[in-house]
Write a protein that binds this ligand. Structure first.
Ligand code: NAD
Length: 715
């Protein structure tokens, strides 16, 4: 017999407790099987007349219920809207039995309570929450391109007010117990160990006061709100959502509209409307793409970075960093925030002084204060050692170099570091372009050396590329991966190769933007095609942000590796000569004279570009989009052919977290799957004459012929 996922016991003779504790999973999820077990228990409990109350709780530390089973969602290929509506209705009707029970129902929430779990809790008469740091409640469905479909949009506004519910459901962020208590979403807040006792007390108090009956009545009615208030909420809410989503993510707007429209309906009517509207989002391309991103990130969290399960990562508690510039200080701050001891050094005393200051300022930054918190500063400062003495840096468990991007400087430094460190110490480089195998030549023990490539700015960019050289050991890779995760990052492991992953796929895209300029396509049209596709900024503005000199240098590396396919554009060379390096010099493709440093068109640029522009081709937005993103995709398929990634999904995680590829497209390869390889081949046909960069790769041809996908979303 299988162990049940929902256990029934009786903490007191007239109080039942259902504990969710799925033995087959780390987290409780509301799969069809679990819902069935809940139903069977309710069948039994609701037929009894000797119960005063029912408590819902979790047997898993740190988690109440994580929500619906997304694998079941993802498995539903092309679902009919009627089927989806029925699925919602079944859930709503099951949960509604809690709100109509002949006894008082209380959710005793400790740990994460989100999605379907939060809906289940809102169908109870009362909620008691633990006051610890792990406990939180929220409705993150919009992040998956959905909104709550088991009564969440109907129950929550009736409980905490329409405006609060709109904020929670359309925003998708979870809130801690204390905030839920303030909103009236939780009626009691207690230490985790007192949760069940508090739930029992609440049942006794409610039985006495009968208040829950009045609330049941109130929550089953339309919401009391004036037409004016409703219209105001609809207008401000939709303006905000439009600004945030730019129309790419339909779920928040659909949630808002559903809740506004359902305000005048009773609970039953609101539930029906919810089910109907939910079915218009479920299974759409955006929903599928966002579920894919969820799986990508979930897989990444569990991936140790090596295939051999016997390999255990070492634990890094102390970090030594060479180079206190932009990257060195950013990495130092990330490590300090996560409790590591950091020794930071630089060849120049003044650079070190500035680096230490930047590190502390960033690590102690407090969002509420909008500046450094002196309390945090006092806590963190003793763990940061700004030093000019090598031995204080090399005594760390991991020594990372983030000095200037110069192979000679780096090889000399690495050899020195190796001569000073202990046998167990890991050595790593943050280089963006220099091959790891080339740097490894400077070392006697290349097996303990790898690339740990952070992105700029470190505090905002979640991606880290862990690059293994030919001789890097599995232990080194596993330790580097665990280290990056400890810093809150999402590491992907790659084999060594020019541009690694992110820069290699980014370069063809950016380079193509310059090709378009030289064909006379106006910059605003190029930028718009990229941002309409969903990129956070256009490729031309990105040049200015990265720095045109840096881009030119990266281009040289790509040209050396791939020859004719990628040649530096004369436009770039010319602008660098004119010292138009981008934001850092106040002039690049745009100018940055205004106080906010916003990019503005520069009339001088036109003259500069004129000598590079040969005629004017008329391209539609779709054609420009193909020109920009197909080279990126082709390069990704070459990366697959070169077997640089361990799994195609790492490409998609890399582009989303490393360059802001739009999550609503699910990733670069996921997007290609959605389009279909045969269609991509058709798009490429007229472009091949532009050069070898548009030549379909073998992988793409194979996939087009066989109808295969780049990868399947179900792991
Ligand atoms: P930076 O110029 O801001 O800082 C480099 C620092 O290294 C300088 O303070 C310099 O004085 C110091 N330095 C030079 N030689 C040294 C030596 N022998 N010993 C100790 N210190 C020395 O550069 P950065 O932007 O922080 O880049 C550092 C590394 O990170 C480079 O390899 C770069 O390619 C890589 N990287 C940069 C970015 C980025 O966007 N800036 C992103 C990812 C990776």
């Amino acid at each position: 017999m299988t162990t049940p996922a929902v256990r029934l016991n009786f903490p007191e003779s007239d109080i039942a407790q259902l504990t969710f504790d799925d033995p087959d999973r780390g987290a409780n999820v509301l799969s069809q099987g679990v819902l069935q077990q809940l139903e069977q228990h309710l069948d039994e409990l609701l037929s009894r007349d000797d119960l005063a109350g029912l408590i819902l709780s979790s047997g898993k530390p740190g988690i109440f219920i994580a929500g619906a089973d997304l694998r079941e969602f993802a498995a539903a290929e092309n679902p009919e809207p009627e089927w989806v509506q029925q699925m919602c209705r079944r859930g709503q009707e099951l949960f509604a039995r809690l709100a109509n029970a002949p006894f008082i129902t209380v959710a005793a929430i400790a740990g994460v309570c989100v999605g379907g779990g939060a809906e289940l809790a809102t169908w109870c008469d009362r909620r008691v929450m633990a006051d610890d740091a792990k406990t939180q409640i929220g409705f993150p469905e919009v992040k998956l391109g959905l909104f709550p479909g088991w009564g969440g949009t109907a129950r929550l506004p009736r409980m905490i007010g329409l405006s609060n519910a709109v904020e929670m459901i359309c925003g998708g962020d979870s809130i801690p117990g204390a905030e839920a208590y303030k909103l009236g979403l939780a009626e009691d807040l207690v230490p985790p160990e007192r949760l069940v006792a508090a739930a029992i007390n609440m049942i006794r108090a409610e039985a006495e006061s009968g208040q829950y009956r009045k609330d049941r009545q109130r929550w089953s009615q339309p919401i009391e709100i004036s037409e004016t208030e409703l219209a105001f909420l609809a207008a401000t809410g939709s303006a905000y959502i439009q600004q945030q989503t730019k129309g790419h993510y339909p779920a928040p707007m659909a949630a808002l509209e559903t809740m506004i429209e359902a305000a005048s309906l009773d609970l039953e009517g609101a539930c029906r409307l919810e089910a109907e509207r939910f079915s218009t989002l479920f299974g759409t391309p955006v929903n599928r793409a966002l579920i894919n991103v969820f799986f990508l990130s979930d897989r990444n969290k569990k991936d140790p970075g090596v295939d051999d399960p016997a390999i255990k990562p070492g634990k890094i508690d102390s970090l030594g960093i060479y180079g206190a510039g932009i990257m060195g200080s950013g990495i130092a701050a990330a490590a300090l925030k996560r409790g590591l001891k950091v020794a930071l050094t630089d060849a120049k005393a003044e650079a070190l002084e500035r680096g230490v200051r930047n590190t502390l300022e960033e690590a102690s930054y407090d969002r509420k204060l909008r500046g450094p918190s002196s309390q945090r500063l006092l806590e963190l400062a003793p763990r940061l050692n700004g030093t000019l003495r090598d031995e204080e840096v090399t005594s760390a468990q991991l020594v990372l170099e983030a000095v200037v991007e110069n192979p000679d400087v780096k090889t000399q430094l690495l050899a020195k570091v190796e001569s000073l460190v202990g046998e167990q110490t890991l050595i790593a480089t943050n280089t963006s372009t220099i091959p790891i195998n080339r740097l490894a030549k400077a070392l006697k023990h290349p097996e303990r050396f790898c690339g740990i490539h952070f992105f700029n700015p470190v505090r905002r960019m979640p991606l880290v590329e862990v690059i293994r050289g030919d001789q890097t050991s599995d232990e080194t890779v596993a330790t580097a991966v665990a280290f990056a995760k400890r810093l809150g990052k999402s590491p992907i492991v790659l084999k060594d190769g020019p541009g690694f992953l992110v820069n290699r796929v980014l370069f063809p895209y950016m380079n193509e933007a310059l090709q378009l300029i030289s064909q006379g396509v106006p910059i605003p049209e190029i930028e718009k095609a990229a941002t309409r596709f969903g990129m956070p900024m256009g490729p031309i503005a990105l040049y200015d942000m990265v720095g045109l000199d840096t881009a030119l240098y990266a281009g040289t590396v790509m040209h050396e590796a791939f020859g004719q396919r990628y040649e530096a554009s004369p436009i770039l060379i010319d602008l660098v000569k004119q010292n138009r390096l981008g934001q850092k010099t106040g002039r690049g493709f745009f100018r940055y004279d205004n106080p906010k440093g916003k990019p503005e068109p520069d009339p001088e640029l036109e003259q500069l570009l004129a000598r590079h522009i040969e005629g004017r081709v008329e391209l539609s937005r779709e054609q420009i989009t193909h020109r920009l993103f197909l080279p990126m995709l082709l390069e990704a398929t070459r990366i697959l052919e070169d077997e640089l990634v361990r799994d195609p999904r790492d490409v998609d995680l890399g582009v989303i977290y490393g360059i802001g590829f739009p999550p609503f497209r699910g990733g670069l390869l996921f997007w290609a799957d959605t389009v279909g390889a045969d269609q991509i081949m058709r798009w490429l046909e007229p472009l091949v004459e532009l050069g070898p960069r548009f030549e379909p790769t073998n992988v793409l041809r194979d996939w087009a012929q066989s109808g295969r996908r780049f990868y399947h979303i179900l792991p």
